[in-house]
Design a protein around this ligand. Structure first.
Ligand code: NAG
Ligand code: NAG
Ligand code: NAG
Ligand code: NAG
Ligand code: NAG
Ligand code: NAG
Ligand code: NAG
Ligand code: NAG
Ligand code: NAG
Ligand code: NAG
Ligand code: NAG
Ligand code: NAG
Length: 477
């Protein structure tokens, strides 16, 4: 069946404009531009039509062409459907349209350009299928601000069961590249994402992926060039495995933020991050929870804090770090700027293992773990953690690597109960998430008073007119 008359045989696109070619249970989609002298014409109606016709017990094939996406898409409820993307989908940069029409994903007042879901669904890109979010327009318009309402997540997997996405790449995502919400048994493998601002404005909040209210999620073989979290696990996520993931200039691998909303507890358990390579990252293996009292903050989606729940049974294993700002950290006051409410979280964190974590830190800080004193963390473990400062790794003068902690159960135990977590001093409860300089308070409290010989201390705290030459001013990251 042809939806609009095609003047010749199946699969041959004519000037008569027919863009879904339906052959049995397969729908082949061609872009309108082919018959409009290459002019970009909105292909959303054809794509939605193809999903209507072939979304149940069928396949939808976006042929090796460029498709223009000017409208939101909701293709949930697919059943036994195989999707193929052989070419590129380019989202329009009509910012007013998206601000007015993006679908709410409920989470944190965020929204999306595409809802995709169903049962027994595959989405294959064969290494060439590509999403192009035209994100530069968003980066410039957003001017380094945080979560602009209506700025859309590129692709949201919603209400999916048994979904496998493979071999797809993203460039210049509008906002987060992908989001998995209310889904079960979802795999995303062989994924490449690159959102790089070519302007003075940062990409801001171009997470690689986030999970929420989902279970059995498998991320394998990813490369992400981002600007925010690489793969983040949000509330109510169970059994999420991220394996063989390389992230450039991201915020690393966080669990959280969780505990933002009173009355909506976040339960997170059975999380594995394995074979992870972080390059030039602000953070590494990170757990971030809000403080226990709701408080208004200006830089991350209004107010937050006071949500309950727990995070348990987490493993960060086989990490290679290159120039990472805070390689290992736990905070229970993630956006708090008021240390007096920082110690109010009742969200229990337990059974977290960091194993075989090696490489370099940007600063002299290897780990900062501050659990809430109301719920000290049991089952915290370091096994074969060996992090060196970038400077030391380059043979330059450097301060000793610092590990600080607070409220870890069994911190001083030996033998069977030993945590292996070194603790050179007390971890502050309001450690900034992103360090832009070595942290003088830490240095003062921990390094200067305890370990560093005065000559070296002076060298790096007061390095003189040319800090780089003194080996104390690490490269930008
Ligand atoms: C239509 O489907 C039939 C049966 O699967 C296949 O042999 C044929 O090549 C298809 N035609 C086109 C144009 O894809
Ligand atoms: C998306 O489509 C589903 C049906 O598959 C419908 O239930 C849902 O309300 C739609 N969502 C939006 C935001 O339109
Ligand atoms: C999905 O696939 C499973 C396993 O093949 C099958 O048992 C189930 O019925 C399928 N679901 C639907 C809605 O067809
Ligand atoms: C990422 O994209 C930018 C431009 O958008 C490009 O300059 C850069 O080479 C890409 N990086 C990789 C590793 O593909
Ligand atoms: C950045 O990308 C935009 C959109 O692709 C382009 O219009 C602009 O010229 C580029 N700017 C630079 C400095 O390359
Ligand atoms: C990951 O990549 C390796 C090497 O290319 C490949 O053998 C493996 O099958 C991939 N894993 C998945 C889940 O696709
Ligand atoms: C890891 O994933 C990358 C693609 O991101 C792939 O090239 C590489 O072969 C994979 N390595 C293994 C051991 O699967
Ligand atoms: C998590 O799931 C529980 C029910 O198990 C629900 O009460 C809570 O609202 C959910 N939290 C979020 C943040 O969705
Ligand atoms: C912890 O999580 C791992 C990985 O999901 C799982 O295999 C293991 O059974 C869990 N352990 C407990 C005690 O639940
Ligand atoms: C430690 O991690 C590195 C990097 O992923 C890996 O090459 C090495 O085999 C791991 N060591 C052990 C003992 O698993
Ligand atoms: C830690 O790593 C450094 C730098 O790679 C290495 O010189 C040192 O031997 C390692 N220490 C241990 C205990 O493995
Ligand atoms: C890491 O950042 C440094 C400093 O900006 C840069 O020179 C280097 O090329 C980056 N490394 C990679 C692999 O991107």
């Amino acid at each position: 069946m042809l939806l609009k008359p095609l003047c010749s045989v199946l699969g041959v696109v004519s000037t008569a404009a027919a863009y879904v070619v339906n052959n049995g249970t397969s729908c082949y989609v061609y872009p309108e531009s082919l018959t409009h002298f290459g002019q970009p014409v909105d292909d959303t109606p054809s794509i939605l039509r193809a999903f209507e016709l072939c979304g149940t017990n069928g396949s939808v094939v976006l042929t090796e062409n460029t498709f223009h996406i000017n409208q939101v898409m909701n293709t949930t409820g697919l059943v036994n459907c195989d999707v193929e993307l052989h070419g590129e989908m380019i989202w329009s940069d009509n910012i007013p349209y998206w601000l007015g029409h993006s679908y709410s994903v409920v989470y944190a007042n965020l929204s999306t350009a595409w809802f995709f879901g169903g049962e027994n669904v595959t989405f294959k890109g064969f290494g060439k299928g590509r999403f192009n979010g035209n994100g530069q327009a968003w980066y410039n318009e957003n001017r380094n601000n945080s979560n602009q309402p209506g700025r859309p997540i590129a692709f949201t997997i919603l209400n999916a069961k048994n979904l496998w996405m493979d071999g797809v790449s993203w460039s210049q995502a509008q906002f987060w590249h992908s989001f998995i919400s209310h889904s079960q048994n979802v795999s995303m493998s062989n994924i490449y994402m690159n959102s790089t601002s070519n302007d003075t404005w940062f990409t801001v909040n171009t997470d690689g992926s986030d999970t929420w209210n989902s279970r059995d999620v498998f991320y394998t073989n990813w490369t992400v060039l981002g600007g925010d979290d690489c793969i983040a696990i949000k509330g109510n996520s169970t059994n999420v495995v991220s394996k063989n993931i390389t992230c450039y200039r991201t915020h690393g691998m966080p669990i959280g933020s969780v505990g933002q909303q009173p009355g909506h507890p976040d339960f997170v358990q059975d999380i594995v991050y394995e074979d992870v390579h972080l390059i030039n990252s602000t953070n590494g293996a990170w757990i971030k929870a809000w403080q226990g009292r709701s408080q208004s903050v200006t830089n991350n989606g209004g107010s937050g804090g006071g949500g309950g729940g727990y995070i348990k049974n987490v493993t960060f294993r086989n990490f290679v770090l290159e120039n990472v700002g805070q390689p290992i950290s736990v905070t229970q006051c993630v956006y708090g700027h008021d240390p007096s409410v920082c110690d109010t979280s009742e969200l229990q964190i337990s059974d977290v293992t960091w194993e075989n974590i090696t490489g370099t830190s940007h600063f002299d800080v290897a780990s900062v773990i501050h659990c809430s004193p109301l719920v000290p963390c049991p089952g915290m473990k370091f096994i074969d953690v060996n992090i060196t400062t970038v400077n030391a790794s380059l043979g330059k003068p450097s301060l000793p690597e610092v590990n600080v902690c607070a409220n870890i159960v069994n911190q001083n135990a030996t033998g069977e109960n030993a945590t292996g977590v070194p603790c050179h001093g007390f971890a502050p409860n309001d450690m900034p998430n992103v360090l832009y300089r070595n942290w003088p308070e830490l240095l003062t409290q921990v390094i200067l008073s305890v370990v560093v010989p005065p000559a070296q201390r002076d060298n790096c705290l007061h390095p003189g007119p040319n800090p780089a030459a003194a080996g104390c001013n690490p490269p930008p990251y």
